[in-house]
Design a protein around this ligand. Structure first.
Ligand SMILES: *Cc1c(COP(=O)(O)O)cnc(C)c1O
Length: 441
């Protein structure tokens, strides 16, 4: 009863994200009411459960209602919930900034705070542009992104997002950015490795920079995995070459690690696998453990120095009401504590291998292509002309107690880092079963 009641009220009063609401009016795409969460599981009011195979849009790292994060949040709640960050400061925001800087080996020692990923993208773009203006290069005001890139959906972030479904409807509002080819490893021609594809894409980047560098402020990339366009994976060689080219042509490199940061790809930051440092690093999603909206843009001493001046107008003039929110920062600190205490990255190596093993039987499936993995992200593409496949798969997975939302014909898993062997087996069986059901429709 409570399931049905909440569902009806939600359909009336809540405008759900990334959704054609009319589809929810039919039984074809039911809205799922959730009463509570525990670990990798989400429960409705009737005791039905779903394994959160996508970490609730890639944000959850250590399970729902994690006791350790809950305790930290409770303690913070009794101390200070929030205070203006202009002219004031507090313990959680200072500690978090210091610890994040330390995680970059001190290379990115200045943290700017916002509440969501798209805002972090906009902050990095504005900072880059303003850096060049402060340095006497006001002509550098364009941005470059990869084909298939996703950096958020506010008007500024959408300009560097190359996903047609999100971008086309609002194209007239955007100050469009140029795109260069993605180093998508699936583009390998006969005999080519992923590294060869990366070099080919970097050559295209070089040609673009040669022509346009005078007007370019920054190149923005999602290191190693372009998640939103379908878990597009690529070789770290591309990041190495892109870093060298950006240095040569005096263009900033922005690493958007909103999705791939916080251990998702196997290292704490994805860019570590290329042994490079960006000029700007964007974090959000997992950084607060999946608890509270928080985003951060880290930048270098060189960037910071360009704004440090007597003139107010040369400062970075940007703010959000909840900038540096103490509760959100405290959950982020609790999240980093779990990384430090539990050897998470080390344990995830084995976990990721087990996840891959649970999908391995699909490698021989006649309609499965490009079964791939980077750290705790696993994906494969399904060859089918059925436009309803993603929805069919999603429903078939729900019927098998698993939350898995394909992106187009790409099925992926991105579970919380606490998933057990039993739960991995559950997820693997749900994927195999849902695939058969969705394809036999
Ligand atoms: C999710 C995401 C964003 C946007 O973050 P929001 O909090 O949804 O605004 C930006 N970049 C990447 C790579 C993302 O995955």
């Amino acid at each position: 009863m409570r399931n049905a009641d909440l569902l009806q009220r939600s359909l009336k009063a809540v405008w759900h994200p990334c959704t054609q609401m009319k589809q929810h009016a039919s039984a074809d795409l039911p809205l799922i009411p959730i009463a509570r969460g525990e670990g990798v599981w989400l429960y409705d009011f009737d005791g039905r459960r779903y394994l959160d195979g996508i970490s609730s849009w890639w944000v959850n790292l250590f399970g729902h209602c994690n006791p350790r994060i809950n305790a930290a949040l409770r303690e913070q709640l009794e101390t200070l919930e929030h205070v203006i960050l202009a002219g004031f400061t507090q313990q959680p925001v200072v500690e978090l900034s210091e610890r994040l800087a330390a995680l970059t080996g001190g290379a990115l020692g200045h943290c700017f705070y916002a509440s969501d990923g798209a805002s972090a993208t906009e902050i990095a773009l504005k900072m880059s542009f303003h850096f060049w203006r402060n340095r006497g290069r006001p002509g550098k005001q364009d941005f470059l992104c990869l084909s298939g890139s996703y950096h958020g959906e506010t008007v500024g972030a959408l300009a560097v997002t190359d996903v047609a479904l999100f971008r086309d409807a609002y194209a007239p509002l955007l100050r469009s950015a140029a795109t260069v080819p993605s180093p998508d490893a699936r583009e390998a021609r006969d005999g080519e490795t992923a590294t060869d594809v990366a070099r080919r894409a970097a050559a295209a980047l070089e040609r673009h920079l040669e022509q346009h560098h005078a007007h370019l402020a920054a190149l923005i990339v999602e290191p190693l995995v372009q998640c939103a366009s379908g878990m597009v994976m690529y070789d770290p060689e591309y990041l190495r070459l892109a870093r060298a080219l950006c240095d040569r042509f005096e263009v900033h490199l922005i690493c958007d690690e909103i999705a791939v940061g916080c251990g998702r790809t196997g290292t704490f930051f994805a860019h570590e696998q290329a042994a490079i440092r960006p000029d700007f690093l964007c974090l959000s999603k997992g950084i607060s453990g999946g608890y509270l909206p928080l985003s951060i843009v880290l930048s270098t001493d060189a960037v910071y120095a360009a704004f440090y001046d007597d003139a107010t107008a040369r400062g970075f003039l940007h703010s959000h009401s909840y900038t540096g929110n103490a509760l959100a920062c405290r959950t982020a600190l609790a999240t980093l504590d779990i990384f430090a205490a539990n050897e998470v990255l080390e344990r995830n190596k084995l976990r990721a291998v087990k996840l891959a093993a649970s999908l391995a039987p699909l490698a021989g499936h006649a309609q499965v292509r490009h079964l791939r993995r980077r750290g705790m992200i696993l994906a494969f593409d399904v060859e089918t002309a059925d436009a309803a496949f993603p929805r069919r798969f999603y429903r078939a997975a729900l019927a098998r107690e698993a939350l898995i939302r394909p992106i187009g014909n790409t099925v992926y898993l991105m579970p919380p880092y606490i998933i057990s062997d039993e739960e991995i087996a559950h997820l693997g069986q749900a994927v195999a079963g849902a695939l058969e059901e969705a394809l036999s429709a």
